[in-house]
Design a protein around this ligand. Structure first.
Ligand code: PLP
Length: 399
């Protein structure tokens, strides 16, 4: 039995439980077991590259840590459990996880992708995989039926991010999954913004869920990591092959930190959502603010889809100041004291960013303005601090 088959069988012994546990229990126990050696409650950090064999091939399921490591394996099971999948794979970053999905494709294949998406994903698609002969169609998916206009015999993957970054567009995962399945195309969903606390794309029909674990799953701004979760065994084996063959894995220390993070995901997300709502509502009534982008508003163009596929609306809020210029926006982000001006999102601490000069600076102004990333746009990752402090910080900074 190869190492991978052996692990899959071991995993399947435990996988049954996650169909019955509630989400708030799964974050703590799902896919987890106490360490068989000494019963330690948390999985030990197996900081090792290799494993002793008694005879050639005589090992306990682990041969070499690129292929598998017990701490990473514990994390992969935990992520699979909270996403209601059967197989999890962890990578050195979110982009390494996306890179592994793209390696399922061959030159000549085509991908249909959300047009408002994480800048690093756009860069990976256009600057790396286009050179390998993959064609990408970046399209508006606010109306999912638009996708069908771009499908042909070469289409192999639909790439969806929802809510999108930073415009908080919502894409209908269920309808997109029906379209993908009708044409036998893989559907991958970047679930970084929502997390499985808010939406579970595999349950809605997606084939692959992707995470930048760096953000909410890790939750403490102390690691960089990516993950994939799938239900289908054949697809899992293809991805395990790529993970091992290309080698973009994460280490045991990060795996441990991510498990620790996931155990409080539900309590953190509950507070992120409460604080996000309070801040979106505060900004919406502020005379100096022009527009607030948050899927919880009834006026959000896809609010009904958000309500149907998400359990709450998350902690990401974007807004524009009146008069489209960057001076006012930059002054606000510089004046903030509780919010930190920084890239990234999803940690316990509140962060503010100015996409036009930070995350989206590499995109030409005309291009980014087409999707709404104007000079006066500010993106907030609302943390879990006391809401009164967050609101008075914004009040003071906006002036
Ligand atoms: C950060 C992020 C990524 C990339 O993940 P890294 O861990 O930074 O490589 C992908 N998608 C979204 C939505 C992100 O926010």
């Amino acid at each position: 039995m190869t190492g991978i088959t052996c692990l899959n069988l071991r995993f399947q012994l435990r996988v049954q439980e996650h169909y019955t546990m509630k989400f708030n229990t799964k974050t703590i126990h799902g896919g987890q077991q106490h360490d068989p050696a000494y019963g330690s409650i948390m999985p030990p950090i197996y900081q090792t590259s290799t494993y002793a064999q008694s005879t050639p091939g005589g090992h306990k399921g682990y041969e070499y840590s690129r292929t598998h490591n017990p701490t990473r394996h514990a994390l992969e099971n935990a992520i699979a459990s909270i996403e209601n999948g059967n197989f999890g794979l962890a990578f050195g970053s979110g982009l390494a996880a996306i890179d592994a999905i793209l390696k399922l494709l061959k030159p000549g294949d085509e991908v249909i992708s959300t047009n408002d998406l994480y800048g690093g994903t756009y860069r990976l698609f256009t600057k790396i995989f286009e050179d390998f002969g993959i064609t990408f169609h970046f399209i508006g998916m606010n109306n999912a039926s638009n996708i069908e206009n771009y499908i042909n015999a070469k289409t192999k993957l639909i790439w969806v991010e929802t809510p999108t970054n930073p415009m908080m567009n919502i894409i209908d995962v269920k309808t997109t999954a029906q379209i993908a399945s009708k044409h036998s195309i893989l559907l991958a969903v970047d679930n970084t913004f929502a997390t499985p606390y808010l939406q579970r794309p595999l349950d809605l029909g997606a084939d692959i869920v992707m995470h930048s674990v760096t953000k909410y799953l890790g939750g403490h701004s102390d690691l960089v990591m990516g993950a994939l979760v799938v239900k289908d065994k054949a697809l899992a084996n293809q991805l395990y092959f790529i993970q091992n063959a290309s080698g973009a894995i994460c280490g045991p220390q990060e795996s441990f930190l991510a498990i620790r993070g996931i155990k409080t995901l539900h309590v953190r997300m509950q507070r992120h959502c409460e604080n996000g709502k309070a801040i979106a509502e505060f900004l919406a009534q502020h005379p100096k603010i022009e527009r607030v982008y948050w899927p919880g508003f009834e006026t959000h163009p896809n609010h009904n889809i958000a309500k149907a596929q998400m359990d709450d609306f998350g902690g990401m809020v974007s807004f524009t100041t009146k008069g489209n210029n960057d001076k006012e926006a930059i002054k606000i982000v510089e004046n903030l004291k509780v919010f930190t001006l920084a890239e990234s999102l999803g940690g316990i601490e509140s962060l503010a960013g100015h996409p036009a000069s930070m995350t989206h600076a590499s995109i030409p102004k005309e291009e980014r303005e087409k999707t709404g990333v104007v000079d006066s746009l500010i993106r907030l990752s609302v943390g879990i601090e006391d809401i009164d402090d967050l609101i008075s910080d914004l009040e003071h900074a906006i002036g």
